[in-house]
Design a protein around this ligand. Sequence first.
Ligand code: NAD
Length: 265
Amino acid sequence: MVGRLAGKNAIVTGAAGGVGLETVILMLREGASVLMTDISTKGLEVALAKVQSVVPQHDGRVETRPTDVSNEADVEAAVAHVDSWGGVDVMFNNAGIMHAKDGDSEEVPNDIWDLTMNINVKGVFFGSKHAVRSLRKHGKRNGSIINTASMVAIVGAATPQVAYTASKGAVLALTRELAIVHAREGYRFNSLCPAPLNTPMLQDWLGDDKAKRYRREVHFPTGRFGEAIEQAQAVIFLASDESSFVIGTDFLVDGGLTKAYVTPE
Ligand code: NAD
């Protein structure tokens, strides 16, 4: 077996979306077996077809399983499925939403606040909890859990989305603590902090609105949004043993955005 993830079993949540799908493709290329999970059954079908066309040959397995990360029984069942492969080695808690009705303190409705927290925070918690349970059950001394936060957990966004930002701040705090608590067991937790990306989540929302798009693009030192594949490359590093001493980081993949004071030309 060859590859940076050879012999590892991985679960990816939100695997039908931008970052999730690119990560599945790279994981398979690096020799992992991958369970693709997503709330969208149709999305999983489309994503699996893409995976099979892009990576026709791979050493590991690839399977799909509809899973709502905010439902603990669903997450538990997905992890149990991978227990039958020999247990989870890598858990990428990537599924998340930014709801169109999110906004400033007066705008965001309570039900949207709750929905955002249930998916973005509780979903990451359930994934973390059941991954640890699987690692312990199989007596593993090495595991990597990567939880997707966002750069807005580190710097605030002037374009208000307070439920989303609060949820990602919770992911950072939760992941940091889990990293410390489980470090001696060999279970590494890290947060991935992307900047705005060219994925359906943001691009569908921006649509043709040039002013809205420019308001975000102007903040990038590079002048462009990030690509899903650029997040996926970072996830492969965090998932692999190459990052064996990388623990509890807020791993920013943001094109320098959080380090910049950029003004319009
Ligand atoms: P995306 O919308 O392309 O993909 C997200 C996927 O999650 C979708 O396939 C969706 O069906 C799935 N999903 C939604 N609710 C779910 C649930 N309850 N259970 C399981 N799956 C569910 O988004 P993306 O850009 O690939 O985002 C991936 C992660 O990166 C998210 O956590 C997001 O918050 C984060 N992020 C994205 C950006 C960005 O600009 N796109 C920036 C920073 C952070």
